[in-house]
Design a protein. Sequence first.
Length: 125
Amino acid sequence: MASGPTLPRDTARRLRADQTEAEQKLWSRLRRHQMKGFQFRRQHPIGPFFADFVCLETKLIIELDGSQHADQTDRDESRSEFLRGLGYTVLRFWNYEVISEFDEIVQRIADAVEAVPKKVKRKRL
């Protein structure tokens, strides 16, 4: 029996199961409203893409790039432009940065979340 096209939720599940070490480490800080009370999702479909991490309330996307992205900077920039066109802010980090500069990366994300207009409703911790 031939399989049909892959559904976005199936692709997202596969991506979540195959997380890199950097994704696992960052997710440990973003999950369960730990980032200023905001909810992040991982491998969330947006248009034709899957955002590594996204906070829908703040329209903040965090992308982690491995070494394979060194040769596809134009493609990554086109993807970021598309997402910015939908009103998202896109932060990109290299995997090695997340591993070696974890506290600094978390602080940059926290700063971006803090920059959200105050009308966004935040969950209390």
